[in-house]
Design a protein around this ligand. Sequence first.
Ligand code: ASP
Ligand code: MG
Length: 252
Amino acid sequence: MKFGGASVASPEHFSRIADIIVSRRKEYERVTIVVSAMGNTTDQLINLAKQVNPNPPRREYDMLLSAGERISIALLAMALAKKEQEAVSFTGSQSGIITCAHHAEARIIDVKPYRILAALDSGKVAIVAGFQGVSENKEITTLGRGGSDTTAVALGVALRAEKVEFFKDVPGIFNADPKCDPAAKLLTNLSYSEALAIIKQGAKVLHGRCIELAEKNGLSLHVRSFVGPVNSCVETIICAQERSLSPILHYE
Ligand code: ASP
Ligand code: MG
């Protein structure tokens, strides 16, 4: 399950998404969560950096920006603890998200989710900071704006998840921007290439790379709202005609 910035915009939001997680946890024994930074935290951090140094060193830029998601994971674990759901938060590095060394635009090259698997084995919900990883020389990296979606899909692949659900402030992917066009229609089923085409036209509904990664690995993606009933059938499902049975995991 991946929760975007809008779904964790305020302290109250954490209680709502914790309810969604508790309810999914009743259906599924093993649940992993990826979360973004709260609201416009990432923009604020970039702004902060620019005030200190208009051209910040890339390494320090990643060190700063990765803090946004780290705030969210800790708060979400606290919200779940309050509802008596055992959960444990992990940074990208602790989750084994290994990336290239290209700061601010790093690509995931491998996922070694040992700590997540241990947490799931002990019955806990694993909560992972999106948008970040660690390079082979142990530096903290970030994946580019909107990169938490790609974290979620890469983990879904590594954990051989049945699906990845994205919880957003819209109930799915539309044929036009539903925030501007009241006649926009929800698209209930899309192929990977149809979804990719919509994103290439400018819709910021998912990070393009996450769809490519899902397609390579035959992982289905569900896009739905964090508002309203958790089991509502209103959503967009992005999947292949036939699920790939390839035993090889592709990150690149
Ligand atoms: N917080 C980062 C951003 O705003 C990553 C993400 O939300 O996916 O770009
Ligand atoms: Mg964000």
